[in-house]
Design a binder for this molecule. Structure first.
Ligand SMILES: [Zn+2]
Length: 396
């Protein structure tokens, strides 16, 4: 007997039933016994594992607030300094704002989120505390990882490392880092601090690396050296890694193989304005790749909707993927890749896995990516948390 049966649902191109008990997939087979179960007729819609938003900034979104006109130039440092000061001016409450984005993510089918959260000497741990409150509030409907993120600099802003240490002590899940050359102008100092915090707290690492070309490759190699030296294979992610989109005469192929061998994962959002790591080449090298919305409707840029199926479309377009089998790999990045990076146990479409699932109209995965229908059902641990594109939990 099952608690819930998803009937007439498409799994691996076949129409079948999925029985769910105690929050887990208990059976996948046609004609399951529905006796005593709640039945959701899925009308031949497609079943996907829960989407994984593996890189965003829940503390930053302006969702539901007054519009703030963006007049910033393209420099990262300008955006960082503006945001740190403007957050308090516009009244950005990280608890309220992160909750709004979480509810939007649930409606779009995400069942897990990794969020970088700013930690700096001006705003202290306020954003971390706000997102932590949101994590507690929605803990039964979504998994949230918090990255202690030194957005304004680590070595160059004295006191930040101590605040990061405190956030990790208070439950931050991941040690963040950022452009060790171009932000801190001290790659050794920055990366040694990041890796020392990771070792001290036994936590994984996720570093924003926007640095282009040979500068980014230099920083990446310093990350690989430290990953190997500390035995952190499988525990380090490099986000963006725009340098890997440089011309291959610089030795990108060899670096990709070194990244695979070191067990370092990549996160790419597939942005349109900069070079990006070659997705299929990275996957073929054996690298775990995940994706995310990154900042959404914030003081950096007004775009984004937290839809990881749309993200698979953006990744596909940015990487010139057109074959069904390639687009399916982009969806794998937005599901299994993110799950692996976040270390989600018992994830996927298999008997025994947690019933973290999305039901979406489509005859196959590629059609769902192309048409992006509202999510018919979203399940977290077997509980329906969104239906027909609407979350069943409230935002403040
Ligand atoms: Zn980011």
């Amino acid at each position: 007997m099952f608690d819930l049966v998803l009937s007439n649902v498409r799994v691996d191109r076949a129409i079948t039933d999925v029985g769910i008990s105690n929050g887990r997939i208990a059976a996948i087979a046609p004609g399951l016994d529905h006796t005593g179960a709640v039945v959701e007729d899925c009308d031949h819609a497609l079943l996907l594992p829960g989407l994984v938003e593996a890189h965003t900034h829940l503390d930053k979104t302006l969702l539901g607030m007054d519009w703030v006109e963006n007049t910033l130039g393209p420099e990262i440092r300008e955006k960082i300094d503006n945001e740190r000061q403007m957050k308090r001016v516009v009244g950005l409450d990280a608890a309220r704002q992160s909750a709004r984005q979480v509810v939007m993510s649930i409606a779009k089918g995400s069942t897990a989120i990794r969020s970088h959260v700013d930690i700096d000497t001006e705003n202290g741990l306020a954003d971390f505390e706000g997102v932590s409150a949101t994590r507690s509030r929605y803990s039964d409907v979504i998994d949230i990882d918090i990255v202690a993120f030194p957005q304004s600099g680590l070595v160059s802003r004295k006191g930040t490392a101590e605040l990061m240490d405190e956030a990790l002590r208070q439950g931050a899940d991941v040690v963040g880092g950022l452009d060790p050359c171009s932000i801190d102008h001290d790659p050794k100092g920055h990366l040694d601090l990041v890796f020392d915090l990771a070792v001290k707290h036994a936590k994984p690492i996720d570093i924003h690396l926007h640095e282009p070309g040979e500068l980014g490759m230099f920083s990446f190699r310093m990350i690989l050296e430290r990953t190997r030296a500390h035995g952190l294979s499988g525990k380090v992610t490099v986000s963006h890694a725009f340098s890997l989109g440089a011309n291959d005469y610089l030795g990108i192929s060899r670096l990709l193989d070194e990244i695979a061998a070191a067990g370092v994962a990549l996160m790419s959002t597939g942005p349109s304005m900069v070079p990006v790591p070659p997705l299929i080449r990275a996957l073929d090298a054996g690298i775990t790749v995940c994706s995310g919305t990154d900042g959404m409707r914030d003081l950096w840029a007004p775009f984004g909707n937290a839809d990881m199926l749309e993200r698979a479309q953006i990744l596909s377009q940015r990487n010139n993927l057109s074959q069904d089998i390639e687009i399916e790999r982009a969806v794998d990045v937005c599901t299994y890749g993110g799950a692996k990076v976040m270390g989600l146990a018992d994830y996927g479409l298999a008997v025994g896995a947690f019933a973290d699932l999305v039901v979406v109209a489509g005859r196959n995965v590629t059609e769902a990516v192309v048409t992006l229908p509202p999510r018919k059902l979203v399940l977290k641990r077997g509980r329906v948390v969104a239906r027909d594109g609407q979350a069943l939990v409230e935002a403040p």
